[in-house]
Design a protein around this ligand. Structure first.
Ligand SMILES: [Zn+2]
Length: 280
């Protein structure tokens, strides 16, 4: 009896053990399945970011960087002051209104053909003229430099658009004679002499001081201007280290009136006019 009982009990135990095994098996199988699906999910999320990252990163970086950088550097006064010309577009600009002194003039930003500013002698006794609003600032700067033993001789101030056209054509012809095509000659000429209406001299907002020679850079006058011109609202318009931005060759003699506030800010930040106005 006892044997049969124990046999039965053994049988029962065996069934129990089998059941336990089945349950355990089912549990581990379930566990493994959930683990596998859990492992499968991260694998999916891993494949997602790489597809997103390359498409987002390149489009974001180039579009944001150029638009943000200039506005960050430029002041509230300078930023967005100038309407940007589209490629190949030529805008008409006129130095008037509150920000007349910051008028951007260049190949794509030209004065009206008939624009002639109200003129005044750059300094008493000089044949060179400037916009009458600029002349008092130059005269003050001239006197201050004189007191320091430097003579800021006006070499070229206002230039009529008719004379500008003549100078430009002569320059183009010079390059044509040297064997350039018309297109090449115009591009080369514009690095030094702009076409009519595209020069700050046509507005009377700029003055060439001393001479139109590279030697001017080694004069005491140039050193004085570098230190003090901003105090009178003038900036070196085409600096040596900004030729890529200005599109113009280095002109140590060419000083542009931009107003005292802007000149101070440009002096402090080291920006050229294109950068200050957010055009760079
Ligand atoms: Zn000049």
């Amino acid at each position: 009896m006892a044997r049969t009982i124990s046999k039965r009990m053994l049988k029962a135990k065996g069934v129990l053990a089998l059941l336990l095994l089945v349950i355990l098996g089912a549990l581990t199988a379930g566990y493994l399945l959930t683990e596998r699906s859990a492992a499968a999910q991260p694998a999916e999320t891993v494949t997602e970011p790489p597809t997103e990252a390359p498409t987002e990163a390149p489009t974001e970086a180039p579009t944001e960087a150029p638009t943000e950088a200039p506005t960050e550097g430029a002041t509230a006064q300078g930023a967005g002051l100038v309407q940007r010309a589209a490629e190949g577009e030529i805008l008409t600009v006129t130095p008037e209104g509150d920000n007349w002194a910051l008028t951007y003039i260049g190949l794509q930003y030209r004065l009206p053909e008939d624009y002639v500013p109200e003129l005044a002698a750059a300094v008493e006794g000089s044949d060179e003229q400037l916009d009458a609003r600029v002349a008092p600032y130059f005269a003050e700067m001239y006197a201050a430099a004189k007191a320091d033993g430097c003579t800021l001789t006006p070499y070229a101030g206002y230039c009529s658009q008719a004379r500008q056209a003549e100078n430009y054509e002569n320059r183009v012809q010079m390059h044509l004679n040297a064997g350039m095509t018309q297109e090449e000659a115009q591009a080369a000429a514009a690095q030094r002499i702009q076409p009519a209406g595209a020069s700050e001299h046509n507005a009377g907002l700029a003055i060439d001081i001393g001479s139109a020679s590279a030697d001017f850079v080694s004069t005491r006058e140039f050193a004085w201007l570098t230190e003090h011109a901003w105090e009178y609202g003038f900036v070196l318009r085409y600096p040596e280290d900004k030729t890529d931005v200005t599109g113009m060759l280095y002109e140590p003699w060419h000083w542009r009136f931009v107003g005292e506030q802007a000149a101070k800010e440009m002096h402090e930040s080291g920006q050229c006019l294109e950068e200050y106005l957010g055009l760079a």
